[in-house]
Design a protein around this ligand. Sequence first.
Ligand SMILES: NC(=O)c1ccc[n+]([C@@H]2O[C@H](COP(=O)([O-])OP(=O)(O)OC[C@H]3O[C@@H](n4cnc5c(N)ncnc54)[C@H](OP(=O)(O)O)[C@@H]3O)[C@@H](O)[C@H]2O)c1
Length: 232
Amino acid sequence: MRTVLVTGSNRGIGLALVHQLAAQGDVVFATCRDPEGATELRSLAHRYPEQVHMVSLDVTDAASIQRAFQIIARMTPALDWLINNAGVLIEGETLATLDFDKMAYAFDVNTFGPFRVVQRFLPLLRGSKQPLICQMTSIMGSISLTEGTGYYSYRGSKAALNMMSKVLAAELRPLGIPVVLMHPGWVRTRMGGPEAPLRPEDSARGILRVLSTVTLRDTGRFLTWEGKELPW
Ligand SMILES: NC(=O)c1ccc[n+]([C@@H]2O[C@H](COP(=O)([O-])OP(=O)(O)OC[C@H]3O[C@@H](n4cnc5c(N)ncnc54)[C@H](OP(=O)(O)O)[C@@H]3O)[C@@H](O)[C@H]2O)c1
């Protein structure tokens, strides 16, 4: 049994992760921006009342992260896994149409958000005997695999997340906390769209299988949901 925090868990891959973690007996702090409106997550919390705890958390808002920390720290002395899953993708970007406010927002959610959450929850991760940080990134954050145009904000913010997480991995290695970058595949969610080949539940199953094998030897690796290594 593990205790796991998932961000952005009201839909998509995050929701599928919460479902599978609860079904396998883990305790999940299922965080999202709007618990009131999170109907699917709410029904999971009813189905697994001992395991799924809904907590409000917006990764761009330090005060909301602090409130979530206070709630969770009262419920558990330790957190085993932190899955930084929340993310946004800005569509339709070209050089001519770049909107720097939107770009800043993408970096705020995709890059700074995971770091705000790690910074605040580190004391609970340090209390775990089997800690792990999973940063949900994307193959679109791989510079060497990038071809074609568009998605400046998404690609840039995920590449920055990759770089910063590599540094984080080195900083947390002496504490025994592995950090991995995870590409979940191309998944049929609001972000991935209806053409995506993978169902969220299949991506989530693969992600959890990979994470369960991660040790400190794997820290700083960029992996897919199938456990394959991706180039930076
Ligand atoms: N789907 C794919 O093909 C794919 C491929 C590669 C990587 N990924 C990555 O996988 C992760 C999950 O993606 P998904 O496909 O499940 O996307 P999704 O269906 O669009 O879900 C995104 C989640 O992030 C949450 N979120 C957005 N901004 C937030 C904030 N400021 N604070 C807290 N939560 C916030 C959303 O909450 P709201 O409902 O409140 O907006 C939602 O729960 C993302 O990091 C994404 O970049 C996805």
